[in-house]
Design a protein around this ligand. Structure first.
Ligand SMILES: *Cc1c(COP(=O)(O)O)cnc(C)c1O
Length: 389
């Protein structure tokens, strides 16, 4: 069996162990500690935001953001349909209803036109949405300037889901820094990892102070345990933050390699008219290319479908996945309001994520490309012969 090629696996830089050892040596094997403080400072600096709370997960960050905006049972919150379930779950935790917005075709992210239609429609129906959660999927910036302009016009706060997009930029400004709040994920498969973890970021200091308070069981300032509101156990541990400190030293190398991998696939696979890429629409957009994503058009691929390609790669021990299944197609969300462009359904039907780990060698990429080229060229030659006969 060929060596396994992962979609996106943890990639240690080397100094992570030193920070984790420091935690052991000083017995800071606890939630919070010097690694957490330093990691928060590093995240703030890297993403050009004022304040950061290091948390146990990106999902926890979004949950706290919604709580701080006062989202409660019966409220409505606008979200992208084309995303991972964690972008929407915390809305449900609060008893609120997600209003799902479809994608536009250029970045595959939230369509600004449908966003505005939805806001007007919900206001006409008597409920102004409490928040908007645009997602920068696979690291690709959403049309964040248009989304912010609409949000500002209707005075609705924005929480950017930049879980997959650390280091991506729009017009040179890091994602996560546009909205009132933003969040990142440091799950094992993301651009950098703390094994598991996340961060809430904002330029509003009191929001970050409040999030740290809520994330540590909402303990009031008193010698005994005093509670005026309900808290959560959402802080990051000092061990995990040690991994994160080491990862911050190599994040730019990771992103450079993710971008190289995208360009490598694009150069090798652009010969096939039936394969199209999720790519930066113009120079305003700068993606970390967390995952390289393609669409497979069977009519132009000699009849070969996304699933045939996926299964062929699986057979060669190559990890690749369909794109995220949109939330409006998920059984658990079948009853949620949805503002459609038709785009995310097509993306889900034809889209494939290619292995994009920053620790992949060119030989690994050649193996992936080999499987695709082999399958498509055979099918296209066969089709050509048939049309000649
Ligand atoms: C990973 C991810 C999250 C959740 O982050 P966790 O750290 O896994 O809780 C949220 N949104 C998107 C788009 C993600 O990819």
């Amino acid at each position: 069996m060929n060596k396994k090629i992962w979609l996106c696996s943890p990639h240690m830089g080397g100094t992570e162990r030193k920070y984790v050892n420091d935690a052991f040596d000083t017995n800071w094997v606890a939630p919070l500690g010097p690694n957490v403080d330093a990691f928060e400072k590093g995240i703030a600096l890297y993403n050009q935001v004022g304040y950061v709370a290091a948390l146990s997960a990106g999902t926890a960050a979004l949950h706290l953001a919604l709580i701080m905006l006062g989202v409660k049972a019966g409220d409505e919150v606008i979200a992208s349909s084309f995303t991972f379930a964690a972008s929407v779950n915390p809305i449900i935790y609060q008893g609120a209803t997600p209003i799902l917005i479809d994608s536009e075709s250029e970045t595959w992210n939230m369509c600004p036109q449908q966003l505005e239609i939805a806001i007007r429609d919900r206001i006409d129906m008597g409920k102004k949405p409490k928040a908007i959660i645009p997602v920068h999927l696979y690291g690709m910036p959403a049309k964040i300037d248009q989304i912010m302009a609409i949000a500002d016009r209707y005075e609705i706060p924005v929480i950017e889901d930049a879980a997959e997009a650390m280091g991506s930029k729009y017009k040179g400004k890091p994602l996560g820094s546009f909205g009132l709040m933003g969040f990142f994920s440091f799950n094992g498969n993301k651009i950098i990892t703390t094994s598991g973890g996340g961060a809430l970021v904002s330029n509003n200091e009191s929001l970050i102070l409040q999030s740290r308070f809520l994330a540590s069981q909402a303990r009031e300032c008193a010698p005994h345990y005093e509670h005026e509101v309900i808290g959560y156990n959402y802080r990051m541990s000092n061990i995990c933050a040690g991994i994160g400190r080491g990862q911050l030293e190599v994040v730019d190398d990771h992103i450079a390699r993710h971008r190289e991998i995208f360009n490598y696939y694009k150069r090798e696979l652009s010969i096939f008219e039936g394969l199209t890429f999720q790519q930066e629409p113009n120079n305003d957009f700068y993606s970390n290319y967390w995952l390289t994503c393609i669409q497979v058009n069977p009519e132009k691929c000699g009849g070969i479908t996304r699933d045939q390609l996926r299964i062929a790669m699986e057979g060669d021990n190559i990890d690749c996945r369909p794109l995220w299944k949109p939330m409006h197609l998920q059984p658990v969300h079948h009853d949620k309001p949805f503002y459609s462009t038709g785009i995310s359904e097509q993306l889900f039907a034809r889209g494939l994520c290619l292995p994009s780990s920053s620790n992949l060698a060119d030989e690994d990429l050649d193996r992936v490309i080999g499987v695709i080229k082999n399958m498509l060229s055979k099918a296209l030659v066969k089709k050509m012969r048939m049309s000649v006969n």
